[in-house]
Design a protein around this ligand. Structure first.
Ligand code: ADP
Length: 193
C-alpha cells in the first residue's frame, strides 16, 4: 500500500529545530554501573532545561520496563535492546530533541551499532570513566555485592568485560570531577547552549 502521507511533505528536522531554537543531538553515556551516567544526565537535563532547551533521557528504567520489556540478556536480546534504543533515539533527534542515552553499553560492537543507526554526525560518545573500585564502593543499587556473591551472572566489570572506548568525544573521570564540572564539560564541548 502506498503511504498516503508522502514523506517529502513531512516537516523536516530543521523546521523542528527552528521551532525549538536548538540543535538536536544524541549524547550517548557509556560506563560501568554506578559510574555516574544517570546522575550526570539528570544534572545535564536540568541545566539545559534552565537554558530553555528540550531534552529526553533514555535509560534502563524507561526502556527496559517499557518498549524492551520482552527482552532478556542473551547476546541476541542485548543487540535487539540496543537496536531499539538507537532507533528510538533517532526519532527523538529527528524531532529536534537533545537525546541523552544512559546505557552501560560495554562493548565497541554495541556502541558502534548504536552510532550506525543514529548516524555518526548525530552521535556524541561520553565515556563516564570511573574506576571499578569506586563504582563498587558506591554500589548504588547493591548489584556489585550480588555479583561478587554470584547471585548475578555476567555482571559488567566483575565477570563480564567493559571495553574502554578508544576515542570518546568526552571523557568524564567522576573521581576527579564534581557532577557540576562534568555537566560544564559536556556543555562546553557540545556548544549546544
Ligand atoms: P549509573 O547511571 O552509571 O549506573 P548512577 O548515576 O546511578 O550511575 O550512580 C552514580 C552514583 O555515584 C550516584 O549515587 C552519585 O551520587 C555518585 N557520585 C558520587 N560522585 C559523583 C560524581 N562526581 N559524578 C557522578 N556521580 C557521582
Amino acid at each position: 500500500m502506498n503511504n498516503i502521507f508522502p514523506t517529502d511533505k513531512l516537516l523536516q528536522r530543521a523546521d523542528k529545530e527552528k521551532l525549538l531554537g536548538q540543535k538536536s543531538i544524541a549524547i550517548w553515556f557509556t560506563g560501568l554501573s554506578g559510574s555516574g551516567k544517570t546522575t550526570i544526565a539528570l544534572a545535564l537535563e536540568k541545566e539545559l532545561y534552565s537554558r530553555g532547551l528540550l531534552t529526553q533521557i533514555l535509560d534502563g528504567d524507561n526502556i527496559r520496563t517499557g518498549i524492551n520489556s520482552n527482552l532478556g540478556f542473551s547476546d541476541a536480546d542485548r543487540m535487539e535492546n540496543i537496536r531499539r534504543i538507537a532507533e528510538v533515539s533517532k526519532l527523538f533527534v529527528q524531532a529536534g530533541i537533545i537525546t541523552i542515552c544512559c546505557f552501560v553499553s560495554p562493548t565497541a560492537e554495541i556502541r558502534n551499532a548504536a552510532k550506525k543507526i543514529i548516524g555518526a554526525d548525530d552521535f556524541i560518545e561520553v565515556f563516564v570513566n570511573t574506576p571499578l573500585e569506586i563504582c563498587e564502593k558506591r554500589d548504588v543499587k547493591g548489584l556489585y555485592a550480588k555479583a561478587r556473591k554470584g547471585e548475578i551472572k555476567d555482571f559488567t566489570g566483575i565477570d563480564a568485560p567493559f571495553e574502554h572506548p578508544a576515542n570518546p568525544e568526552i571523557e568524564l573521570r567522576t573521581h576527579e570531577l564534581t557532577v557540576i564540572e562534568s555537566v560544564k564539560k559536556i556543555i562546553e564541548k557540545l556548544n549546544i547552549a
